[in-house]
Design a protein around this ligand. Sequence first.
Ligand SMILES: [Zn+2]
Length: 321
Amino acid sequence: MYLSCNMTIASLYKDYYVRWCQQQNIIPVKQTTYRKIFCTEYNFGFKLPKSDTCKICDESKIKLDIAKSNNDDKEEQRLTTFLNSHKIRSKAMQDLLKLETERSENTTNVYVISFELQQAMPIPKLTTGPAFYCRKVYLYNLEVHDYTAEQGHMFLWTENQANRGSDDVACVLFKFLKDKKDVGHLVVFTVNCPGQSKNWLLMAFSLQLIKETCFKTITHHFLVTGHTHLSSDRDFALIEKRHRKYAPEVYSPEGWHKIINDANNKNPLKVTVMQQEDFFGFELLLANVQKRDFSGVYTFHFKTKNTKSFFVERSEYYKKG
Ligand SMILES: [Zn+2]
């Protein structure tokens, strides 16, 4: 059982116990005794405050509170229905991820991955005050999480090598997937982020993968924003914890590589350092999917904004090579 994060044993004693004793005309025990009984005879914890909460949920809850205080029943009902359907949709996507992972564990023909960028890591990262204001070089980390083998693969590069746009993400995915063998179906889960994963380039890249690799189909699902809970979030938290606790000062890219290497003792993360020749221009692929007429209007009408999933399949008439 958990108590609200804005309570402490001291506040429980002062605001609830002492007041209750006064009402009952009882002499309260000392706070040390109260604390001892609370800690030894009850199993209550204090809930940690939530961080990184969902924007849609938060906004709807505030609107719902306002509607309730204004006695606006119609608005209250509309918001409740909206919030419920949002929660059902996010749970359905999480269930699908579980289901696909189970399917991939039971057959060799399906491969389930997710990919996500970690927050950029500064080099050097020093604790000394003035360093905070100095310009730093940033290290990027894209994790490709293999759900089938439950393994995190970290791909690292610095900002002087490449950026972290959709074509750079495609280069990492290509390095990871190009040598896969004997797998027919690739299933990808990512955050619903236009810059990183939900864009024309990644769709064009999926078509290219179908041409060049063993995959016959690729399905890409976008998890509901604010409810993604990908394994990479847990891995990034482990890296952050390792850095805070054991290596608060980092002087070089190798310093970060070591922290990432040591972050997960039970199931070590695999680190790959990207080389300059691993980055090449995938943006040329855009010409395969974005067709414009003479006036510059797209003739291939397809809106990415509301897309929940997309699926590409190799035609039975397509001959490799
Ligand atoms: Zn939400």
